[in-house]
Design a protein around this ligand. Sequence first.
Ligand code: AFP
Length: 334
Amino acid sequence: MSNKVTLTRFIIEQQREWPDASGTFTLLLNNIVTACKQIAHKVSRGQLIGVLGSAGSENVQGEVQKKLDIITHDIMVNQLIWTGHLAGMASEEIDDVITIPAHYTKGKYLVMFDPLDGSSNIDVNLAVGTIFSVLRCREGIEPTLDDFLAKGAEQVCAGFVLYGPSTMLILTTGQGVNGFTLDQDIGEFMLTHPNMRIPEETGEFAINMSNHRFWEAPVQRYIDECLQGKEGVRGKDFNMRWVASFVADVYRILNRGGVFLYPLDNRDPTKPAKLRIMYEANPMAFIIEQAGGMCTTGYERVLDIKPSGVHQRVPVILGSKNEVERIIRYHQDA
Ligand code: AFP
């Protein structure tokens, strides 16, 4: 018989270390996980149940929505809205924050989520994921926009579920990072990757090279030096990977190190960066730092930014400590 620890047991044992804990957070996490298991099921059934392809609409970011963007958003909302644990929610897919209807009890947490990250990959059967972030909120109140716009450093929990060959949950509550694999036979996430640590040294980078001409000089310098390989100033060859699914690129870095860059660029002055702070950058920055890595815009720590809106975008440079420190130095030199 397997003696692996289930996610439920892991969370309850963590909760026991906080004698004042009410158990609400454990229940909330359970609801998030149930939603993700439902999403995993839909994603794995794909065209058998007709969920692939475009929905024919655009989201608040002006991006074409996939059918699964809408389906997964609805699953998250329906699994969380009634629970009594939340004061409100925000989703990458809709403009305004989501309030809890008066007939449900209001709780003390806020949840932000990207229900299907990397959704442009879904029709070609590549890995996608759900990213979530939890903030504490004043209890029993109607949250204001300012309650949502907390610095990433104030998150109490962040995680993502990667729907790949295996379905994996990566989780931090500020005490390191742990990875769980969904055992499809029993419907439980099992602890398979305890205490994940990112190697400080790496020879691998991830960036969308087609944007090279739009980047700022420090990022061009860093990538150009990597490309020069053994013959250049770095004196070693680098490898490149780009899945174009943030969840998959971050998961690779958590496992074997590397650096990921979606930097500032001058393609479109209205969108100087691509990734969204509340749904993508903050949760991943929390996870990466808890695993011993770093996350910066090039100029400042992502977790120290006070967001100005729930759909704000920020440059993201994250991964192995030594490489991220080098990229920060290049920004300072410039
Ligand atoms: P989608 O969810 O719209 O597919 O965007 C995914 C994403 O935000 C992130 O997961 C990737 O790292 C990044 O975009 C890929 O961007 P490019 O399309 O520029 O490669």
